[in-house]
Design a protein around this ligand. Structure first.
Ligand code: PAF
Length: 285
């Protein structure tokens, strides 16, 4: 006999979210938050499972945040799949979906923005002006609204994770930020909602991004000059069939300072266009 899992309820208003979180707290339960923009895949469900190791109840926010999209980006086209998302979240054990409207998050007259300097600059920060301020503002709001004990974010968006760690430290927000390793397809492609945009042909090319990260990391670990290894990596990505490379860089794992030598724990980060789809990924070195 198959078991039908109850779908997690949906809170649309911040007051509903707060009432539920307060009830859990009064019952002595720990609460985690997993912020998402929906179109959930295995990567998001892994965040929920990871959060459940630290908390009794997991709230998943689903909100396609307009302030983190540039004017020519895919805000309107971004997939919105609430029913399927709830069904997936039921299997992962989420207790509540928080899916506020844009008006609930940004009421008329909303005039505040959080800007995190340093870690927001360079990499995606230069190529997507305003993106990290949009992310920092919405994540700060979610943390203040839910007041979770723990909040989980994927390492796939490594620069975003660094921005969030910085703002939580700087603003003394009492939450533990959990960075969860990237979930990959069998061929190495990092799971992402935007993979849905790839044509069948592009999908075959896409794993070259992770392969190049691995090869570049191996070359640097073996003592290759960082610049030479990164240039070779860019050439390999283009040769595989990518249209352009936004960046392929070696950065400090903590704080993202640019590195020209491997003199501390580091990360290689990449962003490249495959057709019209921009893919990002990163790897520890
Ligand atoms: O990573 C995402 O899905 C988004 O940037 C986040 C953290 C949910 C903020 O909108």
């Amino acid at each position: 006999m198959s078991t039908i899992l109850a779908l997690p309820p949906v809170a649309r208003r911040v007051v509903e979210l707060r009432e539920q979180v307060k009830a859990w707290r009064n019952a002595g339960l720990k609460v985690a938050l997993v912020p998402t923009m929906g179109a959930l895949h295995e990567g998001h469900l892994t965040l929920v499972r990871a959060a459940l190791e630290y908390a009794d109840k997991v709230v998943v926010s689903i909100f396609v945040n307009p302030t983190q999209f540039g004017p020519t980006e895919d805000f309107d086209a971004y997939p919105r799949t609430l029913d399927a998302d709830r069904a997936n979240l039921a299997t992962a054990g989420a207790a509540l979906v928080y899916a506020p409207t844009v008006a609930e998050m940004y009421p008329d007259g909303f005039a505040t923005a959080i800007t995190v300097s340093g870690v927001s600059e360079g990499l995606c920060g230069d190529l997507r002006p305003g993106h990290f301020s949009g992310v920092a503002t919405v994540v700060t709001k979610f943390l203040v609204q839910a007041m979770p004990d723990v909040a989980a974010f994927g390492e796939k968006d490594y620069q975003q994770l660094q921005v969030i760690r910085r703002l939580v430290r700087d603003l003394d927000i009492p939450v533990t930020i959990l960075g969860v390793p990237t979930v990959r397809e069998a061929d190495g492609l990092a799971r992402s909602s935007r993979n849905a945009y790839l044509s069948a042909e592009s999908r075959k090319v896409a794993p070259a991004l992770y392969r190049t990260l691995q090869d570049t990391a191996a070359a640097i670990r073996a003592g290759a000059a960082v610049d030479t290894a990164l240039e070779a990596g860019k050439r390999a990505i283009l040769a595989a069939g990518f249209a352009s490379v936004d960046y392929l860089e070696l950065r400090a794992a903590d704080g993202l300072a640019p590195l020209s030598d491997l003199d501390r724990p580091a990360r290689i980060l990449v962003a490249a266009y495959l057709g019209k789809t921009r893919l990002i990924d990163n790897i520890a070195v």
